[in-house]
Unconditional design. Structure first.
Length: 89
């Protein structure tokens, strides 16, 4: 139900000639969608809607892992950029 693309779909998208920037943008959109879904579930749960607590917990954990992965990708990209910029030609 979330907008997150599975790894196979991301690979197919990358193979289809989609640019690296587009791939990163779609990944960030997927992270944003997971966070928004978790926020909506928490708000609905807090209002007393009949949402099982395990569903809320699962959505929160998925959002947390997505954000952690995005932060790790960002760190690795910055590290690669710094290594590239310090290379001597």
């Amino acid at each position: 139900q979330s907008a997150a693309l599975p790894p196979a779909a991301l690979h197919a998208q990358a193979s289809a000639g989609t640019g690296f920037g587009d791939l990163l943008a779609s990944g960030l959109a997927a992270v944003d969608a997971r966070v928004a879904k978790a926020d909506a579930l928490v708000a609905a749960f807090a209002k007393g809607n009949a949402i099982p607590v395990h569903e809320v917990t699962l959505a929160l954990e998925q959002a947390r892992l997505s954000v952690e992965l995005a932060a790790e990708v960002r760190s690795r990209l910055l590290e690669a950029y710094r290594d590239f910029m310090t290379m001597q030609i």
